[in-house]
Structures are given as structure tokens and as C-alpha cells.
Design a protein around this ligand. Structure first.
Ligand code: PXL
Length: 274
């Protein structure tokens, strides 16, 4: 059985980070070890959330694992809350990420950093991205990683330039999520610097945007890749699953907006990765 380790927070309510990574990757038939970086009452889009930092736990956990001789088929990092955690994430990749490392630099969207993050943190996150095989920022995160202004409109040439700059940071492959080059279509655009190959995949844009879909995308992508799907198939499976989650959410009349219905879309995912 394949096994990944994921490093990110646990937001007790909010359907993001570990509360989506664990069920999704597990449902794909991949053992999912977790290192929680912090416990929050909710994700940071709610007001007055609690935050308990777990940085001090990370090194003892990985030291124990090293003594046990555990090995992983992939390391996947998501939301990280401090400069120290960025360094610990680099160590995790070095110690356990020889086969595959995926860094989702969760820290911003819609032109803005999430609560608690600074441009300095974003530049340090670029240092973690440099150590990864694959990174998957959205356009806002990409701008912060590169220390550039966020542009809400862009051409295909702009996207290719950003992807080249992102891989120049050090990652082998970079994926930009939330890309729309044609009215009504939304998807991903990726670049593999090792083979100089470009990849794109789009679906119809659905009428509402939800929180946590970036984490669902990255978890599904990582699970698919570790299960043996190709890079291109994994991109597509992850886009298709996010679409299915949103479709099911929109079917519910009184759906909430903090997260999508990924739970009832799990049978679709299991079929999709067969
Ligand atoms: O979805 C990314 C994410 C993960 N974890 C926490 C967050 C967010 C986005 O806001 O607040 C705690």
C-alpha cells in the first residue's frame, strides 16, 4: 500500500486542510499519515477563531518516525503557520520526500494574503517551494512567491512566464490553479521544467466559489499521483473531483459557503481513479 505524509493544520470546522486531505487521500486507497501543525476552531475566514500552535510537536514526531524507519511514497505540505514551520517542512521533505514532494503554498487568494500572513512569510515560502518536486499555487500565491504585483487579468503568455519563474525557484513542476483563459472555463495550467512540457485542463466554471477547494484539489492531485496516475491524469482527476464536489454542493438548497460537499462526491472519486 502506498503511504503519504501530510503536514498542515487541523481546522475543526471548515472543511479544509487535514479534514479534507485525510479522508480524500485515504478514500483513494493511500495510507495517509498526518502531522498537524496547529489546531484551529475554524479556518481563518471565520471571525474569532482559536489557534493552538503545534510547532514543538513536529520534530519529536519525525525523530520517532526516523527511529522506526518509516518511509513514505510522498510528502505533501499545505497551510503552515510560521517561519519555523517552513524550516521543519523543508526537513520533512529532506527526510521523507525522496520519492515525491508536493508543496501547496496555502497563504492567499483573490489578490490578498490570508489573515496572519505577511509578504516576508510569502518570500520564505518560496524557499520551501524551491525544495519541492511539485508546487501548486493559485495566481495570488504565485505573485507573492515571486514578490510581484498580483494581476487579475492575464494572457496565456503571462501564465507561461509565471510558470517559468515559479520553476526557476527550484521546483521541477509548477501548477497554477484557478486559471481562466476563456470566458466560462476554469482550470489549471502546468509546466514541467524537466521535460519542457505544458499541460492545461479546464471545465465549465460553476456559478459560485467556495472555500477549501484549493486544498481538495491538492489532496486529490497528490493521492492520484501517489496511486500511480500520470502527472496529466492526476491534474485532470483533481479538477473533475472539485467540479463534482461543487455540483453536489449547489444541489443543496441551504448549502453553506465555508466548504464544499466533498463527502458525497467520494464515490465519484473512487470510480474516477479506477
Ligand atoms: O484552505 C486553506 C486554509 C487552510 N487552513 C487554514 C486556513 C485556510 C484558508 O483560509 O485558514 C487554517
Amino acid at each position: 500500500m502506498k503511504r503519504v505524509v501530510t503536514l498542515q493544520d487541523i481546522s475543526c470546522v471548515g472543511k479544509c486542510s487535514l479534514t479534507v486531505a485525510l479522508p480524500i487521500i485515504s478514500a483513494m486507497g493511500v495510507e495517509t499519515a498526518v502531522i498537524p501543525t496547529a489546531v484551529l476552531s475554524t479556518h481563518t475566514m471565520f471571525q474569532n477563531f482559536t489557534f493552538h500552535d503545534l510547532t514543538d510537536e513536529i520534530k519529536p514526531i519525525t525523530e520517532h518516525w526516523k527511529k522506526e524507519g518509516f518511509q513514505f511514497d510522498g510528502v505533501y505540505t499545505g497551510y503552515l503557520g510560521s517561519f519555523e514551520q517552513l524550516e521543519l517542512a523543508k526537513n520533512l521533505i529532506q527526510d521523507f520526500g525522496q520519492t515525491l514532494s508536493v508543496v501547496d503554498p496555502c497563504m492567499a487568494d483573490n489578490g490578498k494574503l490570508y489573515t496572519g500572513f505577511t509578504p516576508e512569510f510569502a518570500l520564505q515560502m518560496a524557499g520551501l517551494c524551491a525544495k519541492a518536486d511539485i508546487i501548486c499555487p493559485n495566481l495570488t500565491e504565485a505573485a507573492y512567491l515571486l514578490g510581484e504585483e498580483y494581476q487579475s487579468t492575464y494572457s496565456e503568455e503571462d501564465i507561461q512566464t509565471i510558470l517559468k519563474k515559479l520553476t526557476a525557484l527550484g521546483a521541477k513542476k509548477a501548477i497554477l490553479t484557478g486559471i481562466s483563459l476563456e470566458e466560462g472555463k476554469l482550470g489549471v495550467y502546468a509546466y514541467d521544467a524537466t521535460s519542457d512540457m505544458w499541460y492545461q485542463y479546464y471545465r465549465e466554471e460553476l456559478p459560485e466559489h467556495f472555500h477549501g477547494t484549493g486544498d481538495i484539489w491538492a489532496s486529490t492531485f497528490t493521492g492520484a499521483l501517489v496511486s500511480g496516475k500520470s502527472f496529466e491524469e492526476s491534474l485532470q482527476i483533481a479538477v473533475d473531483y472539485v467540479c463534482e464536489c461543487i455540483r453536489l454542493t449547489l444541489e443543496e438548497e441551504n448549502h453553506n459557503t465555508y466548504g464544499v460537499n466533498f463527502e458525497q462526491a467520494i464515490p465519484y472519486l473512487i470510480e474516477r481513479i479506477k
